[in-house]
Design a protein around this ligand. Structure first.
Ligand code: 3PY
Ligand code: ZN
Length: 631
């Protein structure tokens, strides 16, 4: 207790006492040394200012306009929405409510897929929180907000150094009225490989408790067997199981019979029988052409009796036309994004769809002025992330050739740059298509799309052709993800694996044909918590334990960063990505009602040991930090 009193004393925490004895006698302390929050934060700002941000490098900080936040009432009650319907009537009641609507319903993906697809998933919690309540007030009639899951989960830890659970909890506080939706990769959870069944159950249970209402569940090979654990877990948690079919190929192309209408009808029926409350059609690359959408939705409406929710990407520029045809065919819900975060590899624009349907029977109930105000905010915030834009600035019909998911495009491009293939991007796209054909024409969506992407990068980097693979495959070291895929650890593709290629890649090892979850040992969460406690020397939450079970290395690196820099999610995005300009002053709200004022005074010359002293003022007091100059 004495030690606790000491270390929690405000003077101790603020560094006013000489605490060097902590360094000299570390054995006295079972917890890590604590630097004060201010110094940690200045160390981060100094580091980014001197060395730049990963993926951006050292760049002069641009001057950005302050984002235009819509002016909404702070006091009027937030209008009720679909969240209240679910809470009051349960999943079946909500499904009946959907079926009673004659208008098309909307899901807004701005908080998840839109930035995953346009900005390499880099949008930070702070920028979501600022617009959260205005969104709740301006768009109370949405069916749902897709705001979590997919790549946002690991990118939060990996690149943004923030906690995705914290994002979920804080958004839930501010948006009490609209259903929260996440993208769940079935047995791959929010990762890139299959996990043990108990990890999936634990993940679903905790996500539901933290605020997720609608789980869009898909399998990257459309393998229903791989989806059942997740569907059952969601049903048990009392939430909405939206089981999705990933759309690939072209049902109207007679030369592409592998994924024809019968294939989709059979899958839809199977998912309905597996317990889906809603059938999702996940057109992750934007391959569903308008006429095909009409044919597909019409056929599925006759095949199943649950609502149908359509998701597409606007890469080709045909998105609104596809939605118009799907809506004509009776689709219940479609996915859109706020206009300034829509189009191209993102979802079609909500604002555009509003005007396309204005005055028709199925026009969505949405306040266009609210949408326009939100669009202004996102127009401003998007600029913060300009370094992560893919460079695509016009419709890209080439997607019908390479079939790359919208959410993968900007990420794979970053990956290509990182391995020195930035100037061979066209070749990578072409190779992506060739790898798909080599693999027997598979569904390409995370993580199967990552397998195709990894193989394409590998082949371009090593100047390999298909022929080389067959002739010299025995001597090649294929990427891990490719080997795992052919081992059967992502499940079984429709029509099976190409046998000869599988033999070459596995170098004689036997693949599995059962559900990987049947072979994987359950994770012992108590043991994980103990392990983490020992490593981190702090209380470990259930959320931490799940994250660690999903990606141990990424989570530990995140925890280390937080230990070093403190909670840097509170920094404004320009400062987080670019550091500070000389003489600049910023305000950082480190907790509600507690603000630090930081000024960058000067940066010292490099010293003999490769460090620089960076001089700040913190709340008017001079502070210096020593930063290693990596340049
Ligand atoms: C994801 O799994 O993250 C996707 O967005 C797939 O489309
Ligand atoms: Zn998508």
């Amino acid at each position: 207790p004495f030690l606790e009193n000491v270390v929690q004393h405000p003077k101790f925490l603020s560094g006013e006492y000489d605490t060097s004895f902590i360094d000299t006698t570390p054995e006295l302390f079972v917890f890590p040394r604590r630097k004060d929050r201010g110094t940690k934060m200045l160390t981060y700002i100094g580091t980014v200012t001197v060395n730049g941000f990963p993926g951006i490098g050292k760049k002069k900080k641009p001057v950005f306009d302050k984002p235009r936040v819509p002016k909404v009432s702070q006091t009027a009650p937030i209008p009720a929405g679909t969240k209240q319907i679910l809470d009051e009537r349960g999943p079946e009641g909500l499904v009946r409510w959907i079926q009673e609507q004659s208008r098309v319903l909307l899901t807004d993906t701005t908080f998840r897929d839109a930035h995953q697809s346009l900005l390499a998933t880099r949008v930070r919690t702070i920028d979501l929180l600022r617009i959260a309540e205005p969104t709740a007030r301006l768009l109370p009639n949405l069916f749902s907000l897709e705001m979590w899951g997919g790549a946002t989960f690991d990118v939060a830890y990996r690149f943004l150094k923030e906690d995705p659970w914290d994002r979920l909890l804080k958004l839930r506080e501010r948006i009490p009225n609209v259903l929260f939706q996440m993208l769940l990769r079935s047995a791959n959870a929010v990762g890139y490989k299959n996990y043990p069944d108990n990890v999936i159950r634990e993940f679903v249970e905790k996500s539901a408790q933290a605020g997720i209402d609608v789980f869009r569940i898909f399998d990257s090979l459309n393998w229903v067997k791989g989806m059942t654990v997740a569907i059952d877990a969601v049903r048990q948690s009392g939430k909405i199981a939206e089981a999705a079919i990933c759309y690939t190929g072209d049902i109207l192309d007679p030369n592409r019979p592998k994924y024809n209408l019968d294939y989709y009808k059979a899958l839809a029926k199977e998912l309905e029988q597996s317990g889906a409350h809603i059938l999702g059609i996940k057109d992750m690359a934007g391959l569903l052409k308008p006429q095909a959408a009409y044919v597909l939705i019409s056929a599925l409406k006759e095949t199943v009796s649950i609502p149908i929710h359509l998701h597409t990407h606007d890469t080709s520029g045909n998105g609104i036309y596809t939605y118009a045809k799907a809506i004509e065919a009776g689709v219940d819900i479609v996915d859109v994004a706020v206009s300034s975060m829509a189009g191209l590899t993102s979802q079609p624009s909500a604002n555009t769809l509003y005007y396309a349907l204005e005055g028709t029977e199925r026009a969505p109930e949405v306040d266009i002025y609210g949408l326009e105000q939100l669009a202004r905010y996102w127009e401003d915030v998007r600029k913060f992330y300009q370094e992560f834009e893919s460079g695509m600035n016009a419709p890209h019909t080439e997607v019908y050739m390479h079939e790359m998911p919208g959410g993968q495009y900007s990420n794979l491009q970053q990956q290509a740059k990182a391995v020195g293939l930035g100037d061979r991007w066209d070749e990578v796209k072409e190779m992506y298509r060739r790898v798909n054909d080599l693999f027997g024409d598979i569904v390409k969506v995370t993580p199967s799309s990552k397998v195709v992407g990894d193989m394409a990068l590998y082949m371009v980097q090593n100047n390999l052709t298909e022929q080389d693979i067959f002739e010299r495959g025995e001597t090649l070291n294929f990427p891990d993800s490719v080997v795992e895929f052919f081992e059967g650890y992502l499940g079984q593709p429709h029509g099976g694996f190409p046998k000869e290629l599988q033999r070459i890649i596995l170098k004689g090892r036997e693949p599995i044909t059962v559900r990987p979850g049947e072979l994987l040992e359950p994770v012992d969460f108590e043991q994980i918590k103990q392990e983490l406690y020992d490593k981190l020397g702090r209380e470990v939450t259930d959320f931490d334990a799940i994250a660690y079970a999903l990606y141990p290395k990424v989570f530990l690196e995140y925890a280390e960063t937080v230990e070093k820099y403190g909670d840097i999610s509170v920094l404004d995005t320009p400062t987080f990505l670019y550091g500070m300009r000389l003489g600049e002053e910023i305000e950082v709200e480190i907790e509600r009602g507690k603000t630090l004022i930081v000024k960058l005074v000067s940066i010292g010359q490099p010293q003999a040991d490769g460090t620089r002293v960076v001089y700040f003022e913190l709340n008017g007091q001079p502070r210096e930090v020593i930063i290693r100059d990596e340049s």
